[in-house]
Design a protein around this ligand. Sequence first.
Ligand code: NZQ
Ligand code: ZN
Length: 382
Amino acid sequence: MEFSYVNPTQIHFGQGKIASVTDAIPSTSKVLVIYGGGSIKKNGVYQQVQNALSQHTWIEFSGVEPNPTMENLDKAVALVKAEKVDFILAVGGGSVIDGAKYVAAAACYDGAGWDILLGKHTVTKAIAIGAVLTLPATGSESNSGSVITRAATQDKLPFSSPAVQPKFAVLDADAMKTLPERQLINGLVDAWVHTCEQYLTMPTGAMVQDGYAEALLKNLLTLAKQYDQHTTLQWRENLMWTANQALNGLIGAGVPQDWATHMIGHEMTALYGVDHARSLAIVQPSLLRNQLTVKKAKLEQLGHNVFALAAGDDLAERTIVAIEAFYHSLNVATQLTEHGDDKASAIDKIIAQLEAHKMTALGEHQAITLTQSREILQLAIK
Ligand code: NZQ
Ligand code: ZN
């Protein structure tokens, strides 16, 4: 264990907390409120943001799409530069918050914004961001990561910088009232896989990280079992806080991390439009089977501590079956069907994109080369 850890995002958690935006953004700031396709106008969130900013100078940019694109966000970058915006308030889910991070960084850079995703420009400076979360899933509201798509080439790439981590995040579970069930379930699945990416590697003996990860996984299992209570405040608040904690840096501090499921999943989203979380449910079980030998000990720990499965030689495999059953209980598929019926060419396309994006040595041992990815896709694609 060796790490330096800080999470500088102030969390304002609870009903009515959107009002805290008033004091969280300096009154002298010129604010850009950035949001998505308009769901915030149907659940009172937009109105509450308007009220909170009644004494501020602000403008807005709407229409950030799920899996936000550089092409669209560059319009917001131009707006920020022209209007000399010095604070961005992202109001939405992961896509809006990730989009805000790109805009905040690209607006402080003279070159093409895509350079950030290519690693040609390292982000050290960005406009300050705050977030009002409406969809618990990604943890983007209090982490430094962002995933952006270039639509023209179907590239979906991540970047990360402490400079784009939100200064504050409002987590009011009432904002979830209008969430379609599909998105609620996406949140459960994404948070589950985030926890696994930082836990299902090799034994480290890191008791805090393991124990906390297991607590989060147990929460998600419980919330799935109690899915009939998803309209209660308690259910919503527990999902909101669990998803936040799953990717705020804490459980990943000082331990090996995987992220191969995410990198392969991103290609499925870029090529076939699969929801982010659903791409993960498609890839993960097949990836775990492919990596069973190296992940055996941790799979057994998960099976024992989270699923309460009995000991035995086949515990690791039974744990993967239990993960699949968790997805299926939520009606989430574990094989890709969106590609139509040409499996061979779908595999080739995904492999070509992984190669183009230099995703050729993934996982905690960098052992998932294109050969392993191809084997994983053989299992994961129907
Ligand atoms: O556009 P609006 O109108 O806001 O509608 C959205 C969108 O259609 C809707 N929605 C959000 N809150 C709602 C609501 N509808 C009704 N009521 C509400 N309260 O939900 C749809 C999906 O939203 P989106 O933001 O795309 O979902 P999510 O939060 O799952 O974000 C997915 C994106 O985050 C990236 C993914 O790759 C994907 O692009 N990720 C970001 C990460 C990070 N920054 O740390 C990590 C993740 O692993 C992930 O890769
Ligand atoms: Zn994710």
